[in-house]
Every structure is written in structure tokens, then in C-alpha cells.
Ligand binder design. Structure first.
Ligand code: NAD
Length: 354
């Protein structure tokens, strides 16, 4: 079978590497970098780790932090107007997926250095920006111009992430890796990356959740999130992500929580696809079969306090037909190894009504 691998993002990984941002700016000839930052990055002083080695390279009198979680098209347009007004020659984005997505789409040709402060979305390594429009529809937009020039993944920036956000973002990363494994576009390269990511996340997410300040687990989660992003940027995501968009827009579930909600049920549903390939993957990961892997995903959701039933998620039974239709988001749904339709999605949700 033919396959491709392409990712143009220069990656620097490791604790303390945020301090190297200025070196990358110099390398790209930038002298006036604008900061686009998650409000938490300002609150927790994470920006200082980025700017303090060479403050003269950054515009410090105005920092754009006016984006909400799950940013809107309007947030992105406000950010673009800010970048034009301050006459930046580069963008340094510091934050979770929301801040990075906002900056990447707003940059409009300016080089972006992306520093994630959560371990989950992998936005630093993808050409995706997920924005919500005026009608409240949340949709991933893919454009090669959205790739950051450089991703600096410094796990120390994630030490302040509270347990609830650690849980949700960690499950986002796990969903990326698992969906990359079963996506119809999986390849030997994406498989290798995803298979490296899954154990890192399975073995460290609960540790990071229980002990936010523990650097080894944070390092493993940042590494797992990055590898998962490199995997799904090739293989794409599938039904769990398709379902996540209305679950966030309608029920307010954080992105990773929304992805994780259907992941165990989809693991069971997808088990027979490609002649039971998922059973082999599960065995390679140390499980008896795909059903045992699904049980572990379910256990993890419970251990992290994430919703597992319709009731937990606040979804009335009467909403299911409409919700299922909204989940039919092309192209993600079309990447699922078992072909899906609204009826199957409704059945999937009904199975969660326990
Ligand atoms: P987020 O960026 O919305 O952040 C969640 C919360 O955590 C916010 O309140 C934020 O202020 C806070 N926070 C962030 N970093 C922190 C830190 N270091 N310390 C304390 N608090 C911190 O959450 P996210 O999950 O990183 O991003 C979600 C967005 O990314 C969604 O819109 C999702 O659809 C999108 N996404 C994008 C991609 C992509 O490839 N571009 C992939 C997956 C998801």
C-alpha cells in the first residue's frame, strides 16, 4: 500500500526549552515578535520563561489574550487585527489548543512559534485550527499555512494545569493516538508514532492528574501528546472526534472529555474492522484484545472523573436523533474503519445510557 509522511514543523522538546524561543526568532530573522497568549499563561507567568532571555525581541506593551476556550472566528479576526496593528514580524503563541489555533489562523503568513501549555491537542504540530462560527458550529479548518514554523514543547509550561484540564487534555491526546491507529488513513509511520504515544499516556495520565507538579509524568504526557499529534496529522481522526464537536457545542463538554466520551464504545464497535486488526494492536499494547483495551479506556474515564453515560453528560434521550445527525461531521466520520451513519451513532449513544 502507498503512503505519505509530511510534517514541516521544526520541533524542539524538553524541560526548560521555552527559554530558547529567542534563539529561534533570531534564526528566522525576526525582531518584533507579537505574543498571543492564553490568559492562564499570563496568570501563571509562563510568558516570562519565553521572553526573559531576550525581551527586546518581543512586543511586551500589548499581548493578545482575548480568546475563549474553543475560540470563535471573531476571536481569530480580532487577533489578526491585533497582529496587523502592532506590525509584528513573527508570532509567538503560548497556550493551550485554543490560543494556538487562534494564533495559527490569525497569523496570515507571519511565521509562528508555538509553545503548548497543555498536553493534549498537539496543535503545535498540525495545520488544523478549530474555530466556532457565529451559529455556534465548531469545525476544524485545515490549511497548510496553519503549520507553525517551530514547535517548542516545554513540559514545564504544563505544571500549572489543574487536574480537570489535565484529564480532559490528556484524553484528547489519547484519542488522537487511538483514532490514528484505527483511521482508514493509518500508515506504518502513523502507526509507529501512535503506538509510541499510547503507553506514555496510559502510564502517566493518572500520575499527572494526581500530582500536577510532578515533572516526569508531565514530560511523558507532553511527549505522548506530541507523538500522537504527529500520528494523527498523517492518519487523521475519526468518529470519536466527529462526535466531539456537537458534544462540546451542545453540552459544553471540554474537547478532550468530548472525544473520550465515545472512545471506549467505538473501540468495541471498531474491533472487527480490517479483519480484527484492532485486536492485534491491543495485544501489541499489552491487552488481551480490543475489548480489554476498551475496558481500560472506560476505566480511565472513570478514574479521571469524566462522564461515561448520557446522564453524566447531561444529554436527554429525546435529543439523541438530532445529536446523532450533528455528529455526522465529514470528513472525520468518514475516516472511521466501520462505516457510520446517524442510526449507528444513535445506537452508540443509546449503549451509553446505563
Ligand atoms: P484550552 O486551550 O481551551 O485550555 C483549557 C483551559 O486550560 C483554559 O481555561 C486555559 O486558560 C487553561 N490553561 C491552559 N494552559 C494552562 C496552564 N499551563 N496552566 C493553567 N491553566 C491552563 O484547552 P486545550 O484542550 O488545550 O485546547 C482545546 C481547543 O483545541 C479546542 O478548541 C479543540 O477543538 C482544539 N484542538 C485543536 C487541535 C489542532 O490540531 N489544532 C487538535 C485538537 C483540539
Amino acid at each position: 500500500m502507498a503512503w505519505n509522511y509530511f510534517n514541516p514543523v521544526k520541533i524542539r522538546f524538553g524541560p526548560g526549552t521555552a527559554a530558547e524561543t529567542a534563539e529561534f526568532l533570531r534564526e528566522m530573522g525576526a525582531k518584533r515578535a507579537a505574543l498571543v497568549a492564553d490568559p492562564a499563561a499570563l496568570r501563571f507567568g509562563l510568558i516570562d520563561a519565553v521572553t526573559s532571555p531576550a525581551p527586546e525581541l518581543f512586543i511586551l506593551d500589548e499581548i493578545f489574550a482575548r480568546m475563549r476556550p474553543n475560540p470563535t472566528v471573531q476571536n481569530m479576526m480580532d487577533c489578526a487585527a491585533f497582529l496587523a496593528r502592532v506590525r509584528a514580524d513573527a508570532v509567538v503563541a503560548v497556550g493551550g489548543g485554543s490560543a494556538l489555533d487562534c494564533a495559527k489562523a490569525a497569523a496570515g503568513g507571519l511565521p509562528v512559534i508555538a509553545l503548548p501549555t497543555t498536553a493534549g491537542t498537539g496543535s503545535e504540530a498540525t495545520c488544523i485550527s478549530v474555530l466556532t462560527d457565529d451559529a455556534g458550529t465548531k469545525m476544524p479548518r485545515t490549511d497548510p499555512s496553519y503549520f507553525a514554523k517551530v514547535a517548542i514543547v516545554d513540559p514545564e509550561l504544563t505544571l500549572s494545569v489543574p487536574p480537570g484540564v489535565t484529564a480532559s487534555t490528556g484524553m484528547d491526546a489519547l484519542s488522537h493516538a487511538v483514532e490514528a491507529l484505527w483511521s482508514i488513513h493509518h500508515s506504518p509511520a502513523s502507526d509507529a508514532l501512535a503506538l509510541a504515544a499510547v503507553p506514555l499516556i496510559l502510564q502517566n495520565l493518572e500520575k499527572a492528574y494526581a500530582n500536577p507538579g510532578g515533572l516526569p509524568a508531565r514530560c511523558a504526557m507532553s511527549e505522548g501528546s506530541l507523538l500522537a499529534a504527529l500520528a494523527f496529522s498523517q492518519a487523521k481522526t475519526a468518529a470519536a472526534h466527529a462526535c466531539s464537536f456537537p458534544l462540546t457545542a451542545r453540552c459544553g463538554l471540554p474537547h478532550g472529555t468530548a472525544c473520550a466520551f465515545t472512545l471506549p464504545a467505538l473501540c468495541r464497535l471498531n474491533a472487527p474492522a480490517e479483519e480484527g486488526r484492532l485486536h492485534g494492536i491491543a495485544r501489541a499494547l499489552g491487552f488481551e484484545d480490543a475489548f480489554a483495551f476498551a475496558d481500560e479506556l472506560d476505566r480511565l474515564n472513570a478514574a479521571l472523573g469524566l462522564p461515561r453515560t448520557l446522564q453524566d453528560a447531561g444529554i436527554p434521550l429525546a435529543d439523541l436523533p438530532e445529536l446523532a445527525l450533528e455528529c455526522m461531521v465529514p470528513p472525520n466520520m468518514g475516516n472511521n474503519p466501520v462505516p457510520m451513519d446517524a442510526g449507528k451513532v444513535e445506537g452508540l449513544f443509546l449503549g451509553l445510557n446505563v
